[in-house]
Ligand binder design. Structure first.
Ligand code: F6P
Length: 490
Protein backbone atom coordinates (compact mmCIF):
# COMPACT_ATOMS: atom_id res chain seq x y z
CA UNK A 1 0.00 0.00 0.00
CA UNK A 2 1.07 3.57 -0.62
CA UNK A 3 0.81 5.81 2.39
CA UNK A 4 2.07 9.07 3.81
CA UNK A 5 4.74 6.99 5.57
CA UNK A 6 6.00 5.22 2.43
CA UNK A 7 6.24 8.59 0.68
CA UNK A 8 8.12 10.03 3.65
CA UNK A 9 10.56 7.11 3.55
CA UNK A 10 11.13 7.52 -0.17
CA UNK A 11 11.78 11.20 0.29
CA UNK A 12 14.23 10.79 3.15
CA UNK A 13 15.99 7.76 1.52
CA UNK A 14 16.21 8.89 -2.03
CA UNK A 15 15.71 12.64 -2.24
CA UNK A 16 18.14 13.11 0.66
CA UNK A 17 19.48 16.66 0.46
CA UNK A 18 17.57 17.55 -2.66
CA UNK A 19 15.06 20.31 -2.24
CA UNK A 20 11.55 19.49 -3.35
CA UNK A 21 9.99 22.50 -5.07
CA UNK A 22 6.48 22.57 -6.46
CA UNK A 23 5.15 25.45 -8.56
CA UNK A 24 1.64 26.21 -9.73
CA UNK A 25 -0.36 29.27 -10.59
CA UNK A 26 -2.98 28.69 -7.89
CA UNK A 27 -1.70 28.88 -4.35
CA UNK A 28 -2.75 26.25 -1.80
CA UNK A 29 -3.71 28.79 0.87
CA UNK A 30 -5.15 32.25 0.29
CA UNK A 31 -5.26 35.06 2.85
CA UNK A 32 -8.14 37.48 2.54
CA UNK A 33 -9.57 40.37 4.53
CA UNK A 34 -12.97 39.65 5.97
CA UNK A 35 -14.54 42.35 8.13
CA UNK A 36 -11.07 43.82 8.82
CA UNK A 37 -9.70 40.46 9.92
CA UNK A 38 -7.35 38.23 7.96
CA UNK A 39 -8.82 34.84 7.15
CA UNK A 40 -7.17 31.95 5.39
CA UNK A 41 -8.78 29.30 3.20
CA UNK A 42 -8.02 26.60 0.64
CA UNK A 43 -9.27 27.34 -2.90
CA UNK A 44 -11.36 24.96 -5.03
CA UNK A 45 -8.67 23.37 -7.17
CA UNK A 46 -7.84 19.81 -8.11
CA UNK A 47 -4.16 20.75 -8.11
CA UNK A 48 -4.37 21.90 -4.49
CA UNK A 49 -6.43 18.90 -3.36
CA UNK A 50 -3.82 16.56 -4.78
CA UNK A 51 -0.58 18.29 -3.86
CA UNK A 52 -1.21 19.73 -0.42
CA UNK A 53 -0.97 16.32 1.35
CA UNK A 54 2.30 15.61 -0.46
CA UNK A 55 3.90 18.90 0.53
CA UNK A 56 2.71 18.38 4.09
CA UNK A 57 4.60 15.10 4.04
CA UNK A 58 7.90 16.29 2.61
CA UNK A 59 8.39 19.81 3.99
CA UNK A 60 8.99 21.25 0.54
CA UNK A 61 8.54 24.69 -0.97
CA UNK A 62 5.51 25.64 -3.03
CA UNK A 63 5.88 28.62 -5.37
CA UNK A 64 2.58 30.18 -6.47
CA UNK A 65 0.82 33.41 -7.34
CA UNK A 66 -0.20 35.33 -4.22
CA UNK A 67 -3.76 36.21 -5.23
CA UNK A 68 -5.42 37.09 -1.90
CA UNK A 69 -5.87 40.72 -0.86
CA UNK A 70 -4.20 39.98 2.51
CA UNK A 71 -1.45 37.74 1.09
CA UNK A 72 1.25 40.43 1.30
CA UNK A 73 0.42 41.10 4.95
CA UNK A 74 1.47 37.68 6.19
CA UNK A 75 4.66 36.94 4.25
CA UNK A 76 8.23 37.54 5.43
CA UNK A 77 10.79 39.65 3.56
CA UNK A 78 11.39 36.76 1.13
CA UNK A 79 7.65 36.55 0.39
CA UNK A 80 7.35 33.30 2.28
CA UNK A 81 4.76 32.04 4.73
CA UNK A 82 4.53 28.68 6.51
CA UNK A 83 1.34 26.67 5.86
CA UNK A 84 -1.23 25.14 6.45
CA UNK A 85 -2.15 28.49 7.91
CA UNK A 86 -4.50 27.29 10.63
CA UNK A 87 -2.19 24.49 11.71
CA UNK A 88 -0.28 25.05 15.00
CA UNK A 89 2.56 23.07 13.36
CA UNK A 90 2.83 24.31 9.79
CA UNK A 91 4.36 21.72 7.51
CA UNK A 92 5.83 23.51 4.49
CA UNK A 93 6.74 26.87 2.95
CA UNK A 94 4.61 28.79 0.50
CA UNK A 95 6.63 31.26 -1.56
CA UNK A 96 4.40 33.84 -3.16
CA UNK A 97 5.07 35.72 -6.35
CA UNK A 98 3.24 38.91 -7.23
CA UNK A 99 1.45 39.69 -10.44
CA UNK A 100 -0.13 43.08 -11.20
CA UNK A 101 -3.58 43.53 -12.76
CA UNK A 102 -2.42 44.05 -16.34
CA UNK A 103 -0.17 41.00 -16.10
CA UNK A 104 -2.97 38.93 -14.57
CA UNK A 105 -5.32 39.91 -17.38
CA UNK A 106 -2.79 38.86 -20.00
CA UNK A 107 -1.15 35.81 -18.41
CA UNK A 108 -3.94 34.25 -16.35
CA UNK A 109 -7.28 35.40 -17.78
CA UNK A 110 -6.00 35.85 -21.31
CA UNK A 111 -3.47 33.31 -22.51
CA UNK A 112 -4.02 30.63 -19.86
CA UNK A 113 -7.79 30.72 -19.66
CA UNK A 114 -9.01 32.23 -22.92
CA UNK A 115 -6.49 30.50 -25.16
CA UNK A 116 -5.03 27.30 -23.67
CA UNK A 117 -8.06 26.28 -21.58
CA UNK A 118 -10.60 26.21 -24.46
CA UNK A 119 -7.91 24.84 -26.80
CA UNK A 120 -7.41 21.77 -24.62
CA UNK A 121 -11.03 21.13 -23.55
CA UNK A 122 -13.13 19.98 -26.45
CA UNK A 123 -16.38 21.73 -25.60
CA UNK A 124 -16.51 23.89 -28.74
CA UNK A 125 -15.54 27.22 -27.16
CA UNK A 126 -13.25 29.15 -29.52
CA UNK A 127 -9.80 30.01 -28.10
CA UNK A 128 -8.71 33.66 -28.25
CA UNK A 129 -5.09 34.25 -29.17
CA UNK A 130 -3.80 37.74 -28.45
CA UNK A 131 -0.19 38.78 -28.91
CA UNK A 132 -0.33 40.97 -25.76
CA UNK A 133 -1.59 38.03 -23.65
CA UNK A 134 1.23 35.88 -24.96
CA UNK A 135 3.79 38.54 -24.02
CA UNK A 136 2.44 38.66 -20.46
CA UNK A 137 2.41 34.87 -20.34
CA UNK A 138 6.12 34.76 -21.24
CA UNK A 139 6.92 37.46 -18.71
CA UNK A 140 5.12 35.71 -15.84
CA UNK A 141 6.61 32.32 -16.74
CA UNK A 142 10.01 34.01 -16.44
CA UNK A 143 9.00 35.35 -13.01
CA UNK A 144 8.09 31.85 -11.86
CA UNK A 145 11.38 30.46 -13.23
CA UNK A 146 13.36 33.19 -11.41
CA UNK A 147 11.58 32.53 -8.11
CA UNK A 148 12.18 28.77 -8.41
CA UNK A 149 15.87 29.29 -9.21
CA UNK A 150 16.16 31.64 -6.26
CA UNK A 151 14.54 29.08 -3.93
CA UNK A 152 16.83 26.32 -5.26
CA UNK A 153 19.80 28.63 -4.67
CA UNK A 154 22.20 26.44 -6.63
CA UNK A 155 21.40 23.33 -4.57
CA UNK A 156 20.22 20.05 -6.07
CA UNK A 157 16.48 20.31 -6.47
CA UNK A 158 13.58 18.32 -7.79
CA UNK A 159 11.25 20.78 -9.42
CA UNK A 160 7.68 19.70 -9.93
CA UNK A 161 5.69 22.11 -12.12
CA UNK A 162 1.93 22.07 -12.49
CA UNK A 163 -0.27 22.67 -15.47
CA UNK A 164 -0.81 24.82 -18.51
CA UNK A 165 0.05 28.12 -16.87
CA UNK A 166 3.76 27.25 -16.75
CA UNK A 167 4.65 25.65 -20.09
CA UNK A 168 7.73 27.81 -20.69
CA UNK A 169 9.23 27.41 -17.23
CA UNK A 170 11.14 24.12 -17.85
CA UNK A 171 13.18 25.67 -20.66
CA UNK A 172 13.74 28.89 -18.72
CA UNK A 173 15.11 26.94 -15.76
CA UNK A 174 17.27 24.60 -17.83
CA UNK A 175 18.86 27.56 -19.62
CA UNK A 176 20.24 28.72 -16.27
CA UNK A 177 20.67 25.36 -14.58
CA UNK A 178 20.91 22.44 -17.03
CA UNK A 179 21.29 19.98 -14.15
CA UNK A 180 17.93 20.77 -12.54
CA UNK A 181 15.58 17.81 -12.50
CA UNK A 182 12.19 18.86 -13.74
CA UNK A 183 8.82 17.15 -14.03
CA UNK A 184 5.66 18.86 -15.24
CA UNK A 185 2.20 17.45 -14.72
CA UNK A 186 -0.55 18.50 -17.13
CA UNK A 187 -3.83 18.52 -15.18
CA UNK A 188 -6.17 19.09 -18.11
CA UNK A 189 -6.70 17.11 -21.33
CA UNK A 190 -4.18 17.35 -24.18
CA UNK A 191 -6.02 17.55 -27.51
CA UNK A 192 -5.11 15.87 -30.79
CA UNK A 193 -2.70 17.61 -33.20
CA UNK A 194 -5.53 18.80 -35.48
CA UNK A 195 -6.83 20.87 -32.58
CA UNK A 196 -3.50 22.02 -31.19
CA UNK A 197 -2.11 23.18 -34.52
CA UNK A 198 -4.21 26.37 -34.50
CA UNK A 199 -2.16 27.75 -31.59
CA UNK A 200 0.12 30.43 -33.05
CA UNK A 201 2.80 29.72 -30.42
CA UNK A 202 2.61 25.93 -30.50
CA UNK A 203 6.31 25.56 -31.26
CA UNK A 204 7.39 27.70 -28.30
CA UNK A 205 5.02 25.85 -25.97
CA UNK A 206 6.17 22.40 -27.00
CA UNK A 207 9.83 23.47 -26.84
CA UNK A 208 9.24 24.87 -23.37
CA UNK A 209 7.68 21.61 -22.20
CA UNK A 210 10.31 19.38 -23.80
CA UNK A 211 13.01 20.90 -21.60
CA UNK A 212 11.45 18.93 -18.70
CA UNK A 213 12.84 15.47 -17.94
CA UNK A 214 9.40 14.06 -17.33
CA UNK A 215 5.93 15.06 -18.54
CA UNK A 216 2.88 13.53 -16.90
CA UNK A 217 -0.70 13.34 -18.16
CA UNK A 218 -3.74 11.71 -16.56
CA UNK A 219 -4.38 9.09 -19.22
CA UNK A 220 -2.72 7.22 -22.11
CA UNK A 221 -4.91 8.97 -24.62
CA UNK A 222 -3.46 12.38 -23.66
CA UNK A 223 0.08 10.96 -23.78
CA UNK A 224 -0.58 9.69 -27.32
CA UNK A 225 -2.09 13.03 -28.33
CA UNK A 226 0.94 14.85 -26.98
CA UNK A 227 3.44 12.61 -28.81
CA UNK A 228 1.47 13.04 -32.03
CA UNK A 229 1.41 16.81 -31.52
CA UNK A 230 5.21 16.86 -31.10
CA UNK A 231 5.54 14.83 -34.29
CA UNK A 232 3.48 17.38 -36.19
CA UNK A 233 5.14 20.45 -34.70
CA UNK A 234 8.91 19.92 -34.35
CA UNK A 235 11.82 18.05 -35.86
CA UNK A 236 12.13 15.75 -32.86
CA UNK A 237 12.73 12.03 -32.41
CA UNK A 238 9.48 10.65 -31.05
CA UNK A 239 9.64 7.12 -29.68
CA UNK A 240 6.02 6.04 -29.27
CA UNK A 241 6.83 2.58 -27.96
CA UNK A 242 9.23 3.93 -25.35
CA UNK A 243 6.98 6.96 -24.73
CA UNK A 244 9.75 9.52 -24.99
CA UNK A 245 10.98 12.38 -27.13
CA UNK A 246 14.52 13.48 -27.90
CA UNK A 247 14.72 17.12 -28.90
CA UNK A 248 17.95 19.09 -29.26
CA UNK A 249 19.83 16.40 -27.36
CA UNK A 250 17.47 16.33 -24.36
CA UNK A 251 15.31 13.29 -23.67
CA UNK A 252 11.87 13.72 -22.12
CA UNK A 253 9.80 10.83 -20.82
CA UNK A 254 6.08 11.20 -21.35
CA UNK A 255 3.87 9.06 -19.12
CA UNK A 256 0.32 8.63 -17.82
CA UNK A 257 -0.12 9.12 -14.06
CA UNK A 258 -3.81 9.31 -13.09
CA UNK A 259 -3.99 11.78 -10.23
CA UNK A 260 -5.83 10.86 -7.05
CA UNK A 261 -6.68 11.79 -3.46
CA UNK A 262 -5.62 10.96 0.09
CA UNK A 263 -8.15 8.13 0.27
CA UNK A 264 -7.52 6.92 3.83
CA UNK A 265 -7.73 10.29 5.48
CA UNK A 266 -10.92 11.26 3.60
CA UNK A 267 -12.56 7.93 4.40
CA UNK A 268 -11.60 8.22 8.06
CA UNK A 269 -12.72 11.81 8.47
CA UNK A 270 -15.98 11.18 6.62
CA UNK A 271 -16.89 8.50 9.17
CA UNK A 272 -16.11 10.78 12.13
CA UNK A 273 -18.59 12.17 14.67
CA UNK A 274 -17.92 15.75 13.53
CA UNK A 275 -19.08 14.90 10.04
CA UNK A 276 -22.09 13.03 11.41
CA UNK A 277 -23.06 16.13 13.41
CA UNK A 278 -22.54 18.36 10.40
CA UNK A 279 -24.97 16.28 8.34
CA UNK A 280 -27.81 17.32 10.63
CA UNK A 281 -26.67 20.95 10.75
CA UNK A 282 -26.22 21.26 6.99
CA UNK A 283 -29.61 19.64 6.36
CA UNK A 284 -31.24 22.13 8.71
CA UNK A 285 -29.37 25.08 7.25
CA UNK A 286 -30.37 24.16 3.70
CA UNK A 287 -33.90 23.17 4.70
CA UNK A 288 -33.62 19.67 3.24
CA UNK A 289 -36.58 17.47 3.99
CA UNK A 290 -36.64 15.36 0.81
CA UNK A 291 -36.02 11.63 1.09
CA UNK A 292 -33.67 11.46 -1.86
CA UNK A 293 -30.67 13.74 -2.18
CA UNK A 294 -28.45 14.32 -5.20
CA UNK A 295 -25.34 16.46 -5.00
CA UNK A 296 -22.80 18.10 -7.24
CA UNK A 297 -19.89 20.38 -6.49
CA UNK A 298 -17.99 22.20 -9.21
CA UNK A 299 -16.07 25.29 -10.03
CA UNK A 300 -18.48 27.34 -12.12
CA UNK A 301 -16.87 26.61 -15.46
CA UNK A 302 -18.44 25.90 -18.85
CA UNK A 303 -16.43 22.66 -19.12
CA UNK A 304 -18.21 21.24 -16.05
CA UNK A 305 -21.56 20.94 -17.83
CA UNK A 306 -23.59 22.56 -15.04
CA UNK A 307 -26.37 23.85 -17.32
CA UNK A 308 -26.47 20.46 -19.05
CA UNK A 309 -26.85 18.83 -15.62
CA UNK A 310 -29.80 21.05 -14.68
CA UNK A 311 -31.50 20.41 -18.02
CA UNK A 312 -31.07 16.70 -17.37
CA UNK A 313 -32.64 17.06 -13.90
CA UNK A 314 -35.58 18.84 -15.54
CA UNK A 315 -35.90 15.95 -17.97
CA UNK A 316 -35.59 13.42 -15.14
CA UNK A 317 -38.43 15.01 -13.14
CA UNK A 318 -40.60 15.22 -16.24
CA UNK A 319 -39.97 11.60 -17.27
CA UNK A 320 -40.24 10.15 -13.76
CA UNK A 321 -42.85 12.35 -12.02
CA UNK A 322 -42.91 9.99 -9.03
CA UNK A 323 -39.68 11.74 -7.91
CA UNK A 324 -41.32 15.17 -7.78
CA UNK A 325 -41.51 16.30 -4.17
CA UNK A 326 -39.11 13.54 -3.13
CA UNK A 327 -35.84 14.33 -4.90
CA UNK A 328 -33.71 17.38 -4.21
CA UNK A 329 -30.46 18.28 -5.93
CA UNK A 330 -27.86 20.33 -4.05
CA UNK A 331 -25.36 21.99 -6.34
CA UNK A 332 -22.40 23.77 -4.82
CA UNK A 333 -20.70 26.18 -7.18
CA UNK A 334 -17.49 28.04 -6.48
CA UNK A 335 -17.15 31.23 -8.44
CA UNK A 336 -14.28 31.12 -10.87
CA UNK A 337 -12.50 33.36 -13.41
CA UNK A 338 -15.38 35.77 -12.97
CA UNK A 339 -13.67 38.64 -14.78
CA UNK A 340 -14.10 36.78 -18.03
CA UNK A 341 -17.32 37.43 -19.94
CA UNK A 342 -17.89 33.75 -20.73
CA UNK A 343 -17.88 32.94 -17.01
CA UNK A 344 -20.12 35.89 -16.11
CA UNK A 345 -22.63 34.84 -18.76
CA UNK A 346 -22.50 31.25 -17.54
CA UNK A 347 -23.36 32.43 -14.04
CA UNK A 348 -26.36 34.36 -15.33
CA UNK A 349 -27.46 31.41 -17.42
CA UNK A 350 -27.25 29.09 -14.41
CA UNK A 351 -29.30 31.50 -12.26
CA UNK A 352 -32.00 31.74 -14.93
CA UNK A 353 -32.13 27.99 -15.42
CA UNK A 354 -32.38 27.20 -11.69
CA UNK A 355 -35.18 29.73 -11.34
CA UNK A 356 -37.06 28.33 -14.34
CA UNK A 357 -36.80 24.69 -13.23
CA UNK A 358 -37.67 25.46 -9.60
CA UNK A 359 -40.65 27.54 -10.71
CA UNK A 360 -41.85 24.74 -12.99
CA UNK A 361 -41.90 22.06 -10.28
CA UNK A 362 -41.89 23.66 -6.85
CA UNK A 363 -44.67 23.18 -4.33
CA UNK A 364 -45.23 24.98 -0.99
CA UNK A 365 -42.42 23.22 0.79
CA UNK A 366 -40.26 21.77 -1.97
CA UNK A 367 -38.04 22.96 -4.84
CA UNK A 368 -35.94 20.49 -6.80
CA UNK A 369 -32.66 22.43 -7.04
CA UNK A 370 -30.72 24.16 -4.29
CA UNK A 371 -27.88 26.11 -5.81
CA UNK A 372 -25.32 27.42 -3.33
CA UNK A 373 -22.31 29.61 -3.91
CA UNK A 374 -21.27 29.68 -0.26
CA UNK A 375 -17.92 28.34 0.97
CA UNK A 376 -18.15 25.02 2.84
CA UNK A 377 -15.44 23.78 5.17
CA UNK A 378 -13.87 20.41 4.27
CA UNK A 379 -15.87 18.77 7.11
CA UNK A 380 -19.13 20.24 5.82
CA UNK A 381 -18.31 19.07 2.32
CA UNK A 382 -17.77 15.55 3.59
CA UNK A 383 -21.14 15.78 5.36
CA UNK A 384 -22.76 16.75 2.08
CA UNK A 385 -21.11 13.81 0.28
CA UNK A 386 -22.22 11.54 3.08
CA UNK A 387 -25.89 12.54 2.96
CA UNK A 388 -26.14 12.01 -0.81
CA UNK A 389 -27.89 9.17 -2.60
CA UNK A 390 -26.13 10.16 -5.80
CA UNK A 391 -23.26 12.42 -6.78
CA UNK A 392 -23.76 13.70 -10.32
CA UNK A 393 -20.70 14.83 -12.29
CA UNK A 394 -21.51 16.09 -15.75
CA UNK A 395 -18.24 17.53 -17.12
CA UNK A 396 -18.25 17.94 -20.88
CA UNK A 397 -14.51 17.30 -20.83
CA UNK A 398 -12.31 16.92 -17.75
CA UNK A 399 -8.71 15.78 -17.27
CA UNK A 400 -9.59 13.70 -14.19
CA UNK A 401 -12.24 15.20 -11.82
CA UNK A 402 -11.23 14.61 -8.22
CA UNK A 403 -14.72 15.30 -6.84
CA UNK A 404 -15.68 11.88 -8.24
CA UNK A 405 -12.92 10.23 -6.22
CA UNK A 406 -13.57 12.28 -3.09
CA UNK A 407 -17.23 11.35 -3.18
CA UNK A 408 -16.54 7.63 -3.48
CA UNK A 409 -14.01 7.79 -0.63
CA UNK A 410 -16.38 9.73 1.63
CA UNK A 411 -19.63 7.84 0.97
CA UNK A 412 -20.71 5.26 3.51
CA UNK A 413 -21.13 1.61 2.54
CA UNK A 414 -24.86 2.02 3.06
CA UNK A 415 -25.56 4.93 0.80
CA UNK A 416 -24.43 6.71 -2.33
CA UNK A 417 -23.77 6.09 -6.00
CA UNK A 418 -21.57 7.89 -8.49
CA UNK A 419 -23.19 9.09 -11.72
CA UNK A 420 -20.33 10.16 -13.95
CA UNK A 421 -19.81 11.80 -17.32
CA UNK A 422 -18.01 9.47 -19.69
CA UNK A 423 -15.77 12.37 -20.75
CA UNK A 424 -13.84 12.61 -17.48
CA UNK A 425 -10.49 10.96 -16.85
CA UNK A 426 -12.07 9.44 -13.72
CA UNK A 427 -14.54 7.43 -15.85
CA UNK A 428 -11.60 5.37 -17.20
CA UNK A 429 -10.70 4.18 -13.70
CA UNK A 430 -14.09 4.13 -11.98
CA UNK A 431 -15.69 1.72 -14.38
CA UNK A 432 -18.35 0.70 -11.85
CA UNK A 433 -19.90 4.19 -11.89
CA UNK A 434 -23.10 4.77 -13.83
CA UNK A 435 -21.78 6.70 -16.83
CA UNK A 436 -23.56 8.88 -19.36
CA UNK A 437 -23.07 11.34 -22.21
CA UNK A 438 -23.60 14.85 -20.75
CA UNK A 439 -24.39 16.28 -24.19
CA UNK A 440 -27.67 14.30 -24.14
CA UNK A 441 -30.05 15.21 -21.28
CA UNK A 442 -32.12 12.04 -21.80
CA UNK A 443 -29.00 9.93 -21.27
CA UNK A 444 -28.14 11.72 -18.04
CA UNK A 445 -31.74 11.51 -16.81
CA UNK A 446 -31.84 7.77 -17.30
CA UNK A 447 -28.45 7.42 -15.60
CA UNK A 448 -29.91 9.21 -12.54
CA UNK A 449 -32.89 6.88 -12.64
CA UNK A 450 -30.66 3.77 -12.94
CA UNK A 451 -28.49 4.91 -10.02
CA UNK A 452 -31.52 5.52 -7.80
CA UNK A 453 -33.07 2.18 -8.73
CA UNK A 454 -30.00 0.02 -8.14
CA UNK A 455 -30.68 -2.88 -5.77
CA UNK A 456 -28.85 -2.27 -2.46
CA UNK A 457 -26.53 -5.25 -2.89
CA UNK A 458 -25.41 -4.28 -6.38
CA UNK A 459 -24.96 -0.64 -5.35
CA UNK A 460 -22.82 -1.66 -2.40
CA UNK A 461 -20.66 -3.97 -4.54
CA UNK A 462 -20.09 -1.27 -7.12
CA UNK A 463 -19.11 1.28 -4.48
CA UNK A 464 -16.80 -1.21 -2.77
CA UNK A 465 -15.02 -1.91 -6.05
CA UNK A 466 -14.56 1.80 -6.73
CA UNK A 467 -13.35 2.41 -3.19
CA UNK A 468 -10.77 -0.35 -3.62
CA UNK A 469 -9.51 1.18 -6.89
CA UNK A 470 -8.99 4.61 -5.31
CA UNK A 471 -7.55 3.22 -2.08
CA UNK A 472 -4.92 1.40 -4.11
CA UNK A 473 -4.28 4.20 -6.62
CA UNK A 474 -4.14 6.99 -4.08
CA UNK A 475 -2.29 10.29 -4.17
CA UNK A 476 0.77 8.80 -2.48
CA UNK A 477 1.09 6.24 -5.23
CA UNK A 478 0.80 9.02 -7.83
CA UNK A 479 3.56 11.09 -6.26
CA UNK A 480 5.79 8.09 -5.47
CA UNK A 481 5.63 7.00 -9.10
CA UNK A 482 6.52 10.45 -10.37
CA UNK A 483 9.39 10.91 -7.90
CA UNK A 484 10.73 7.42 -8.67
CA UNK A 485 10.57 8.08 -12.40
CA UNK A 486 12.45 11.33 -11.95
CA UNK A 487 15.06 9.59 -9.81
CA UNK A 488 15.53 6.90 -12.44
CA UNK A 489 15.94 9.50 -15.17
CA UNK A 490 18.56 11.37 -13.24
O1 F6P B 1 -7.02 21.49 -12.83
C1 F6P B 1 -7.10 22.53 -13.71
C2 F6P B 1 -7.10 23.88 -13.03
O2 F6P B 1 -7.03 24.91 -13.97
C3 F6P B 1 -5.96 24.06 -12.07
O3 F6P B 1 -4.78 24.42 -12.69
C4 F6P B 1 -6.54 25.11 -11.20
O4 F6P B 1 -5.98 25.30 -9.97
C5 F6P B 1 -7.99 24.68 -11.09
O5 F6P B 1 -8.28 24.09 -12.30
C6 F6P B 1 -8.91 25.82 -10.74
O6 F6P B 1 -8.80 26.87 -11.64
P1 F6P B 1 -8.30 28.30 -11.21
O7 F6P B 1 -7.01 28.12 -10.49
O8 F6P B 1 -8.17 29.05 -12.49
O9 F6P B 1 -9.35 28.86 -10.29
Amino acid sequence: MWTKETLKELISDKLKDNLFIVASNREPYIHKFKADKITCFRPASGVVTALDPILQTCNGIWVAHGSGDADRKVVDFKNRVRVPCNDPNPKYTLRRIWINKAEEIGYYYGFSNEALWPLCHIVYAKPKFRESDWNHYKQINQRFADAILEEADGKDAFIFLQDYHLTLVPKMIKQVNPKAKIALFWHIPWPNPEVFRICPWKKEIIEGLLAADLLGFHIHYHVDNFLETVNHTLEAKVDKAGSSVVYQGIETSVRPYPISIDYDSIEKEAASKEVQNDIKKVKEELGITSEIVGIGTDRIDYTKGITEKFKAIDHFLETYPEYQGKFVFIQIGSLSRIHLDTYKKLNDEINGLVERINWKYSSDNWSPIIFIRKYFTPTQLLAIYRMADICLISSLHDGMNLVAKEFVAAASEKKGMLVLSQFTGAARELTEAITFNPFKPEDCASAIKSALSLPAKERKEKMQKMKAVIKENNIYRWSTKIINALLRLS
